[in-house]
Design a protein around this ligand. Structure first.
Ligand code: SF4
Length: 414
């Protein structure tokens, strides 16, 4: 049976075919694939002082919620028994999400009326609710994951302005629709927020900064680079020398990467190629294709290994988007074969490859599409994990503790 024909199988049936995958890893993937729907009982009982609820942060709080009616004031994400975090979004009940309920004093995940797992939510960090000296709410500058500070300035992506957005992305529509515009975050705001956040003992181990692409500058993306440098320099005043950190930028050229490394305390570099196939990349990411190009993107990632070192460079992909209709791969088998072969060309050169589960966003070009089968994601997780072990390429800066949004790098703990 081809793998996409197994789409209607239950989670347990799929799990039985992958004894090498931890149950909670595959469950997390399926929850991300299908989304969740919170019952009234959860929303009534969730402790707003204890837990982190969706709010003002542009990138993760409400970005791309499948349920556009229920996206504020809900738990930001789930935590499973093994500490895995599950970044997922509220999803309309008609789309067959998992249900999150509150029963007998515990939060539980339900599928087909059965309790699948007891879960918890992310705890609110101490700096939420505080403001910087300019009066900016700190939780609009930095979004907290259990162990990571995510610095996410509200900035639109230039590829939307040009009419060339990545087809799965909804960054600019989201900013416009939800009115989450604010002053551009200043380096001083970032410095003060990090200073406050790290006062909380035992919580944060790293930070990550990302925003939309900005093509401005003498050389394309110089303005984007300069902003990262300014913010990282300011944040660096909280530390001595290099500090655990990651940026996710547009693919920068060698000179730009060298500046980023030399002028800041940045430790690791990521630039998301999104789709591991040149033809599909050109169709799905037309802005990236026009201004950098697929082969150049790969070259720049490999150059980054030269500068930041093996184990400190990665790229992200949107798992399953390569199957989008009408120009994606016609079958899941063909897609997997191609994607894994192409991933090897990067991993063998020291670039870690991680994926996120594609969620068709209501405000993206691909709004009406379906993501891949659970089988597809299971095989993608295992395939990428095997390649990373073969070449000894880890992505500790992007693993289950620090990021927690990539089913394949979650396996690095095993
Ligand atoms: S580069 Fe693509 S994925 Fe990133 S913000 Fe712009 S449109 Fe979205």
């Amino acid at each position: 049976m081809s793998i996409e024909n197994r789409r209607d199988e239950s989670f347990e049936e799929t799990l039985a075919r992958y004894p090498e995958l931890p149950r909670l890893n595959l469950l997390k993937t399926d929850v991300q694939r299908r989304g969740v729907c919170y019952t009234e009982n959860v929303l009534k009982n969730v402790d707003k002082d204890k837990y982190q609820l969706t709010g003002s942060n542009v990138f993760f709080s409400t970005l791309g919620a499948r349920d556009q009616k229920n996206k504020f004031g809900i738990p930001e994400a789930l935590v499973l028994r093994d500490g895995s975090i599950v970044i997922t979004d509220a999803t309309p009940i008609e789309q067959n999400p998992y249900i999150v309920d509150y029963r007998d004093g515990a939060y539980v995940l339900i599928d087909k009326d059965k309790v699948v797992e007891e879960i918890d939510f992310w705890e609110k960090p101490d700096f939420y609710g505080k403001t910087t000296s300019s009066g900016t709410p700190m939780d609009s500058i930095i979004f907290a994951r259990p162990q990571r500070l995510n610095i996410t300035p509200t900035s639109k992506c230039c590829f939307f302005t040009e009419g060339l957005p990545c087809r799965y992305c909804d960054l600019n529509p989201h900013i416009n629709i939800d009115g989450v515009t604010k002053q551009k975050m200043t380096p001083q705001d970032a410095y003060e927020t990090v200073r406050e956040a790290i006062k909380q003992k035992g919580r944060f181990t790293t930070l990550c900064m990302t925003m939309g692409s900005d093509i401005g500058g003498k050389t394309p993306f110089d303005d984007e680079l300069q902003y990262y440098i300014d913010v990282l320099k300011a944040i660096g005043k909280n530390f001595n020398g290099r500090f655990p950190s990651q940026v996710i930028t547009t693919a920068l050229n060698y000179d730009q990467l060298s500046r980023l490394h030399e002028e800041t305390g940045l430790m690791s570099y990521t630039s998301d190629i999104e789709v591991l196939n040149e033809e599909k990349f050109n169709w799905i990411c037309p802005g990236k294709a026009k201004h950098v190009g697929y082969r150049e993107w790969k070259k720049r990632l490999i150059d980054a290994v030269d500068i930041f070192g093996k184990g400190y460079v990665g790229t992200g992909t949107v798992g399953g988007v390569e199957l989008a209709k009408p120009n994606g791969f016609p079958t899941e088998e063909e897609a997997l074969k191609n994607i894994l072969e192409e991933a090897e060309t990067l991993i063998s050169k020291g670039v870690a490859v991680v994926y996120i589960v594609w969620v068709p966003r209501p405000n993206s070009v691909f709004r009406d599409q379906k993501n891949a089968s659970l089988d597809y994601y299971a095989q993608l997780t295992l395939g990428l994990d095997k390649l990373s072990r073969k070449y000894g390429v880890t992505a500790e800066f992007d693993d289950y503790r620090r990021c927690g949004n990539h089913p394949n790098s979650d396996l690095q703990r095993i």
